[in-house]
Design a protein around this ligand. Structure first.
Ligand SMILES: Nc1ncnc2c1ncn2[C@@H]1O[C@H](COP(=O)(O)OP(=O)(O)OP(=O)(O)O)[C@@H](O)[C@H]1O
Length: 263
């Protein structure tokens, strides 16, 4: 009889809640501890759906938060699976949000240990690492060879293969390599995850297509905090809506003296 590889029969989300450990953050200054939504004493993030989507303007801290939660779950800040260190960032000047993981506490039911942290900018290194690891392991099957596909095709194949398994998955702006049509393919994969509730996804995105995923919880990060929002009320959606309703006028307004597009 085939062995059930699942760690639990309970449905996602597995990570239910994220809070700050006040004692640990006290006295810490500078990035990432100075992000405004961390400093208002009300940081308490609940996860109630298999897919949670983080949105917000550039620089509001989405990547930092995704990196921090991924690090809390044991994933390297450069992306990849548990225990993978495909990207050498020892000498990098850039410090990531992983430092934030030290002051966060997660509540799980149950704690799952499998999953993946997907980052577009390190996908190449991760994919190459997977090929080398498969070639080095005589017991492994053939290398997955995600790099022999176009960037966007490789991404989608990777998502299809990895995210069919139980686990917790982090994605930071996965749309950056995807055409609108490929974003629809990712939307279908995410829809399956949302429906089956066998995996949890926490994703930061600017894509109005991805943020429209039915049933997903959409959280907007602003200077004032992190709040649930309906995708049709987001600035991203309204901006694209205004553009497609009257592209000529939209572009004329955007290129006008004050750059106001009248959302
Ligand atoms: N390594 C770093 N050192 C210092 N400040 C940083 C670092 N990384 C990010 N920041 C700052 O923290 C803030 C949040 O950055 P972050 O990349 O998390 O935002 P974001 O919402 O993901 O933005 P985007 O939508 O552009 O990806 C920004 O103001 C950024 O300048």
């Amino acid at each position: 009889m085939a062995r059930d590889k699942r760690q639990t029969r309970l449905p996602a989300p597995f990570l239910k809640r994220l809070t700050l450990v006040e004692d640990k953050i006290a006295g810490k200054t500078g990035y990432p501890f100075d992000l405004p939504w961390l400093r208002d004493d009300s940081f308490d993030l609940r996860f109630s759906t298999p897919v949670t989507i983080l949105i917000g303007e550039n620089g509001t801290g989405k990547s930092t938060l995704v990196e921090a939660i991924a690090a809390l779950c044991g994933f390297d800040e450069a992306g990849g699976g548990k225990g993978y260190r495909p990207v050498d960032h020892e000498r990098a000047l850039d410090r990531s949000g992983a430092a934030l993981a030290d002051v966060l506490r997660g509540a799980w039911l149950p704690k799952v240990t499998t999953g993946w942290f997907f980052k577009a900018e390190t996908f190449f290194s991760v994919a190459r690492y997977l090929d080398v690891a498969a070639l080095d392991d005589p017991m492994s099957g053939p290398p997955p060879d995600f790099l022999s596909w176009s960037h966007g095709e490789g991404f989608v194949r990777f998502f299809e293969e990895r995210m069919s398994r139980q686990g917790i998955y982090f994605m930071d702006e996965p749309e950056s390599a995807l055409s609108p049509k490929r974003q629809l393919e990712l939307l279908r994969i995410l829809h399956g995850i949302q429906e089956r509730a066998a995996a949890q996804v926490i994703m930061a995105t600017h894509s109005p297509i991805l943020m429209a995923l039915p049933g997903a919880r959409l959280l907007e990060i602003t200077r004032h905090g992190i709040d649930e929002v309906n995708y049709q009320d987001t600035e991203h959606f309204r901006l694209y809506w205004t553009f497609t309703s009257d592209p000529d006028r939209f572009i004329a307004d955007a290129l006008g003296e004050d750059g106001e597009v009248g959302l």
